[in-house]
Design a protein. Structure first.
Length: 436
């Protein structure tokens, strides 16, 4: 028993001595979404826990944009989209933001005014006409959720039809690529918003049909679970099949059991369980461009990636990458990975996920080069030294930047060292203690 305690104390000491990969907002550095420019394939934007990353050379180099320039704080993961003139949209909890100069300048949508002020929840860009985008947001009186649309690269916005049905809190939005009038919204519904449903529109958002999502939940062996273990925390649309508008995929977050992937082939009326994570969270999902293959990915505590044919849903594990996002494009399958565990932050596979090559390492990140009077240059420039230090970019300075209450500076390092020394002393004392 003494040896076990000794080993535990020693492990705590060693962990305390390790550099913690945390950033100024306190979050673990990770990428969560990747968007590609519909007119310039070399232009991509990644949304991460430490701001946006942008490449204009197909991933050869990536450049950082701080959260404050876009107009949100570091505790959220805004959805992003790139329009037909390379403008970037960001749906944040503080309004819909737009950049028309590749992330150097940002502004909130001014008309209608509330669209740039109230929470924007999700957005989609029309796969066939990138001047057209739809945003899921809240109404001006903040009593309902609604859809707003642009047909001119974000210059003007109009409401699509009426608001979503009463007591429907929208979570994610998708459009059917082969039938552009077919829209899906996953939502919490009911007077207490403690039920879940998929809302379907067949007229471009003018009217909605509410389709409850309440299939029988099972454990990893297919045994139905008791009611107190089947609580669904959220439902998130993964994709709509590129050729079958009735085939929609749903990622389901559960409270007491691992996440699941469900598929409907009748427009959301009935659902089939497609995949269940071994443990924890499934946050990566991608359909191949032809819709014939599906890949899902999980983060800790059971990281990995699995692939199946959509014809039989027989999943095979491909790797153990800690997968925080997936994007399947015509030139490959992209993954957001863990730099510490996987030796890359963003990678790409040209063989359907069997092998991945790094296209971005965190240490190679640079600040976005913008005119010195631009919003991004002014607001992000003063933050870059701290962010670069905490991310381990380039030549890390010997002395960290000035301390503040929200960063890991010298005081944090000294505290960690103190914890390590205390734990080591305790371990050595336990080790010397004679057996009972």
């Amino acid at each position: 028993m003494t040896l076990t305690v000794f080993r535990l104390a020693l492990l705590i000491a060693l962990l305390a001595l390790l550099p913690l990969p945390a950033i100024a907002n306190g979050r673990y550095p990770a990428a969560a979404q990747l968007a590609r420019d519909p007119v310039d394939p070399a232009h991509m934007v990644a949304q991460t826990t430490y701001g946006f990353l942008q490449t204009t050379d197909g991933g050869q180099s990536w450049h950082w944009i701080c959260e404050v320039s876009v107009g949100y704080d570091g505790q959220e993961d805004p959805f992003i989209g790139i329009l037909g003139d390379s403008s970037i949209l960001a749906a944040t909890s503080q309004g819909l933001a737009l950049s028309q100069d590749r992330a150097c300048g940002w502004h909130k949508i001014a008309a209608p005014e509330y669209l740039g002020r109230l929470p924007a929840i999700d957005l989609i860009v029309d796969p066939h006409d990138a001047k057209h985008a739809i945003v899921l947001d809240v109404t001006e009186d903040q009593t309902h959720h609604q859809l707003m649309a642009t047909h001119d690269n974000g210059q003007t916005w109009t409401q699509l039809g009426a608001a979503l049905p009463e007591n429907a809190e929208g979570l994610t939005l998708e459009i059917a690529p082969s039938r552009l009038t077919r829209l899906y919204v996953s939502a919490r519904v009911g007077p207490e918003q403690d039920q879940h449903a998929v809302l379907r529109s067949d007229d471009g958002g003018l009217t909605w049909t509410t389709l409850p999502f309440n299939p029988t939940m099972t454990d990893d062996k297919g045994v139905p679970l008791p009611a107190d273990q089947t609580q669904v925390l959220g439902t998130y649309i993964g994709a709509v099949d590129p050729t079958q508008p009735d085939t929609v995929w749903l990622r389901v977050r559960r409270s007491f059991n691992p996440d699941q992937i469900w598929r409907s082939q009748d427009g959301g009326t009935t659902w089939q369980l497609a995949f269940q994570a071994p443990k924890g969270k499934l946050v990566g999902f991608a359909l191949s461009p032809d819709g014939k293959q599906v890949v899902v990915g999980a983060t800790m505590p059971s990281p990995g990636m699995w692939r199946a044919s959509t014809a039989d849903l027989h999943f095979t594990q491909l790797n153990t990458l800690s997968t925080s996002c997936l994007k399947w494009l015509d030139n490959g399958l992209y993954v957001c990975a863990d730099e510490v565990l996987d030796d890359m932050t963003i990678g790409v596979s040209t063989d359907d996920g069997t092998h991945f090559t790094a296209v971005h390492h965190r240490a190679e990140l640079t600040q976005l080069d913008c005119p010195e009077t631009s919003r991004t240059a002014v607001l992000c420039g003063k933050l870059w030294p701290l962010v670069a230090y905490q991310l381990g970019v380039g030549e890390t300075p010997v002395t960290p930047p000035a301390k503040s209450g929200c960063q890991l500076g010298e005081s944090g390092a000294r505290a960690g060292t103190l914890v390590a020394l205390v734990a080591l002393v305790a371990a050595l004392r336990l080790r010397r203690r004679p057996r009972a």
